[in-house]
Design a protein around this ligand. Structure first.
Ligand SMILES: [Zn+2]
Length: 195
C-alpha cells in the first residue's frame, strides 16, 4: 500500500477508535492526541524498506533493518507491535512525557499499518518469525485508484459513524453491505487463527 493509502487508513482508524468505546483510553482521549499519535506512526512499519516514504528520509536506518529482516518481515508482525509497546511504556522518559492517549494512539497508528497491509495480496507475517502470512486480498498490488477509493471509503465510514447521527446518509450508505463486509473479515480472521 502507498504512503497516501496508509495515511488515510490510519486517520480512519484514529477517528473510528475515538468514537467506539472498545478502546476506553482512546475513547476518552483528546481528538488532537489520538489523531496526531496515529498519524505519527502509520508509516513506521515500512521503515524496513529503503524505497518507502519513511525509508527515503532515514535511509541508513531503513537499509540496516531491511538487510536484517527484509521488507514486510519483523516490522509487520505482532511481535514488533509488542516491542513498540515495551519501548513506549518501559522507558520512563518517554511515558512520563507523552500523554497516555497519545501513547496508545502511537500503537494504534502502527497497528493500522499492519492491518492495511493485510488487505494487499502479499499480506503480512503476523506471527513472525513464523512465515505464515495473514492476507485478506481485497486490494491488488498496482491498482492505486482502487486503493485510494477504498481508503477514502473507510475514512467516510469512520466520519459518519455512528450513522444514526447523520440520518440523511442512510440513503447513500448500504448498512447491510457494511455489516456483511465486517462479518466476512471476521470469518476470515477466525478461519486464519483456527489453523
Ligand atoms: Zn508496510
Amino acid at each position: 500500500m502507498t504512503a497516501q493509502g496508509h495515511f488515510i487508513f490510519g486517520l480512519s482508524c484514529a477517528i473510528f477508535a475515538k468514537k467506539i468505546e472498545f478502546f476506553r483510553i482512546l475513547y476518552l482521549g483528546e481528538w488532537g492526541h489520538v489523531i496526531s499519535g496515529c498519524i505519527c506512526t502509520c508509516l513506521l512499519p515500512d521503515i524496513d524498506h529503503p524505497g518507502s516514504f519513511l525509508g527515503r528520509k532515514i535511509s541508513w536506518i531503513s537499509t540496516t533493518i531491511s538487510k536484517i529482516f527484509g521488507h514486510r518481515g519483523f516490522t509487520h508482525s505482532l511481535f514488533s507491535l509488542l516491542f513498540f509497546y515495551i519501548l513506549i511504556f518501559s522507558i520512563p522518559s518517554i511515558h512520563d512525557v507523552l500523554p497516555l492517549d497519545f501513547s496508545y494512539a502511537l500503537l494504534l497508528g502502527y497497528f493500522s499499518h499492519i492491518l492495511a497491509d493485510t488487505l494487499t495480496p502479499s499480506g503480512v507475517p503476523i506471527f513472525w518469525p513464523l512465515s505464515k502470512r495473514l492476507c485478506i486480498p481485497i486490494l491488488s498490488s498496482n491498482n492505486l485508484k482502487r486503493e485510494k477509493k477504498l481508503c477514502l471509503f473507510f475514512l467516510l465510514i469512520s466520519i459518519l459513524y455512528p450513522f444514526d447521527e447523520f440520518s440523511i446518509f442512510k440513503y447513500f450508505i448500504d448498512l447491510q453491505l457494511i455489516k456483511d463486509i465486517i462479518k466476512n473479515v471476521y470469518n476470515v480472521l477466525i478461519d486464519f487463527f483456527k489453523i
